[in-house]
Design a binder for this molecule. Structure first.
Ligand code: ACO
Length: 376
């Protein structure tokens, strides 16, 4: 609580219910996430990303024909408008960071008055990210392949190689797991924008800006950096102890809403286990598990009874690294998953058609008297 006594102001809107939604529900005490009726553990590892988007938009999974039509509609919209490509080339020449380039390029998707902006945004965000990644690395973009599914095409466009089934499954599990998460900051930003009857592209551009911040989607890389810094299992305890002694937070642990283990961490841990069983660096995976075990033990000593647990970022970092993604693609890849939820929330907010307009409490001075400039 903040503000003067008697005020109903709540700092950070903590605990304030800002919408009724059918898209997802988060129970922080039970450690449960429901995505349009399905527990995250039930659906994330099974659905394709196309099925997940369809579910969040329509509140039902598609049947075979509906799914084929939806896959085709997304694949048919992957080509980037010339203005988007031009902007990405200009941004690449200036070394603009990935998330800024994504925000600017997403804005160009509104230039030609799109007939279905939600579909365009979901279809094209991964194309923008992969295209820009290649331009930044001095490579020409890979042309999207309409025969590939959404997740497979993203991996294909990053390095020009057709990904294996295990990699595609791991990425889809990740994208599904992060597709929506209650009234998180970027989703709220999108709903506020669309509630003014502004357009969907503007809402998603605002959401990308909110996701970029380090308190939201901007920090999965540091969790992996700690594992690299530790280097071998024997170093885990001294390195982590020293960080805690210096008052640092251990990245990938703790959560504002979850007071028990983040259910998304378990889903991604299982996906990472499968991915690293067939592919990737087994030693790094084993080391990460050791780091996690040690961190949990030390955090219990550090804040006894607070039950600080592994959060989604720890296994996000491991899984995306296992897929060969560099750390600067972690947050853009988060956006590629979360745009499913953002667009679903925009459509839901539109059907409600109610301006979001809270109040503020004035705490400044009153009854001041105007003085001409020379007398101030
Ligand atoms: N390492 C060390 N100490 C911690 C950690 C951590 N990871 N997390 C919490 N604590 C400490 C806090 O400093 C606090 O100590 P204090 O009482 O002496 O001040 C105590 O535990 C309780 O903290 P909470 O109230 O649970 O933390 P809060 O809700 O303010 O913060 C947050 C949650 C920001 C996620 C925090 O746990 C953190 O900084 N974690 C590390 C960064 C991280 O992994 N971020 C990604 C989160 S997942 C997501 O947002 C998608």
């Amino acid at each position: 609580m903040g503000g003067s006594s008697g005020s109903s102001f709540v700092a950070g809107l903590e605990g304030v219910v800002a919408a009724e939604t059918r898209i997802s529900g988060v129970d922080g005490d039970a450690g449960a996430l429901t995505l349009a009726g399905y527990p995250v553990e039930e659906i994330s590892g099974r659905a394709s990303f196309e099925e997940m988007v369809y579910l969040l938009w329509h509140d039902e999974l598609p049947n075979t024909e509906e799914l084929a039509a939806f896959r085709g509609a997304l694949a048919g919209r992957r080509g980037l408008p010339a203005a988007t490509l031009e902007l990405l080339r200009a941004a690449g020449a200036r070394n603009v960071p990935q998330m800024d380039a994504l925000r600017m390029a997403a804005g160009t998707l509104g230039l030609d008055a799109p007939d279905d902006p939600a579909l365009d945004l979901v279809a094209r965000l991964p194309v923008i990210v992969a295209t820009y990644h290649r331009l930044l690395n001095g490579q020409e973009p890979v042309v999207p392949d309409p025969d590939l599914g959404h997740a497979a095409n993203y991996l294909y466009m990053l390095d020009g190689e057709r990904p294996g089934e295990d990699s595609v499954r791991a990425l889809e599990t990740y994208l599904n797991t992060v597709s929506d998460h209650g009234m998180n900051a970027s989703t709220f930003a999108a709903r506020v924008i669309v509630a003014t009857r502004s357009d969907l592209v503007s809402a998603i551009v605002g959401a990308i800006g909110a996701l970029k911040g380090p308190l939201h989607g901007g920090a999965p890389g540091p969790a992996l950096d700690v594992v690299f810094e530790i280097g071998e299992a024997g170093n885990a305890e001294p390195v982590l102890r020293e960080k805690l002694r210096r008052g640092e937070r251990l990245m990938g642990f703790g959560h504002r809403i979850y007071r028990v283990r983040d259910p998304r961490a378990d889903v991604l841990a299982e996906a990472a286990e499968k991915l690293f069983a067939t592919d990737g660096d087994r030693d790094l995976y084993a080391l990460a598990l050791e780091v996690e075990k040690t961190a949990l033990r030390l955090l219990e000593e550090h804040r006894p009874g607070r039950n600080l647990q592994t959060n989604v970022e720890f296994y996000t970092a491991l899984l995306l690294h296992g897929l060969g993604l560099p750390t600067d693609l972690f947050t853009p890849t988060f956006a590629i998953g979360r745009v499913a939820g953002w667009t679903a929330h925009c459509l839901e907010q539109r059907s409600e058609d109610r301006l979001i307009r809270p109040q503020s409490e004035y705490v400044g001075a009153t009854d001041r008297t105007w003085l001409p400039a020379q007398e101030r």
